[in-house]
Design a protein around this ligand. Structure first.
Ligand code: 13P
Length: 255
């Protein structure tokens, strides 16, 4: 299987933006603009926006995701949201291991792995984020960092479960900085991720895996990034908050 056979997946990660009323407004603007998309379109939104987002996108091709979930089914974890809670609402996707959670909220590969397995067990499709810091790239250890994250984050995830996993390569230095990885840099690491997955599972599993790039992807650079063999989609932050920009990226992925 090659790129042409993998479905492109464009996902917005709204981060901590938009009230429910604003979510309704944004998704009402996005849905008609992306209705003919030849790729999967997802909006990952804050927990409080999920119900509104699901209602607003009902009957459209826009799927809804959350931005995190806990690994336990329920229990004494004040302030947390479980995977079964999300699944019961009709949420399909969940972003896990985003670098902002790793940087600011103590997320580790061990907890990313636990969350990934919990999400899969509840029928959610995790978008697992990996990526190197700037100084790790400068020290020339990008591949070691990525291989370690992939191995640990996917520990004990079966080949069958892997079919429901998306990997997002997000170089931390490119997030929210306006500094995009070049298409060559993105391709190099996405290809490395696929090769790592081939070693851990097998070539067919790796060939079927959707790998996104994320980090200052926008309507101006999306087409070039998405033209690369191993870049199957995008995880979009800032540009996903503007309907026309997000729709332009979806259009680039649909070509
Ligand atoms: P930006 O597109 O704002 O750089 O954010 C990328 C990101 O972190 C998506 O998860």
């Amino acid at each position: 299987m090659n790129k042409a056979k993998r479905k492109a997946v464009i996902a917005g990660n709204w981060k901590m933006n938009k009230t429910p009323a604003e979510a309704k407004e944004l998704l009402s603007a996005v849905a008609p603009l992306v209705k003919d998309a030849d790729c999967e379109v997802i909006a990952c939104v804050p927990f409080v926006d999920l119900q509104t987002a699901l209602e607003t996108t009902e009957g459209t091709n826009v799927k809804i995701g959350a931005e995190n979930c806990h690994w336990a089914e329920s229990g004494a974890f004040t302030g947390e949201i479980s995977a079964p809670m999300l699944a019961s609402m009709g949420v399909e996707y969940v972003v896990l291991g985003h670098s902002e959670r790793r940087q600011y909220f103590g997320e580790t590969d061990e907890t990313v792995n636990k969350r990934t397995k919990a999400a899969l067990a509840s029928g959610l499709k995790p978008i697992v984020c990996v990526g190197e810091l700037l100084w790790e790239r400068e020290c020339n250890i990008t591949e070691e960092v990525i291989a370690r994250q992939i191995k640990l984050d996917l520990w004990d995830v079966t080949e069958d479960e892997l079919k429901n996993v998306i990997i997002a390569y997000e170089p931390v230095w490119a997030i929210g900085t306006g500094k995009t990885a070049t298409a060559e840099q993105a391709e190099e690491v996405c290809a490395f991720i696929r090769a790592t997955v081939a070693k851990l599972y097998n070539q067919a599993a790796a060939d079927a895996l959707t790998i996104q790039y994320g980090g200052s992807m926008n309507d101006g650079n999306a087409e070039e990034l998405l033209s690369k063999e191993n870049v199957d989609g995008g995880l979009i932050g800032g540009a996903s908050l503007v309907a026309e920009k997000f729709a332009a990226i979806v259009a680039a992925a649909s070509k």
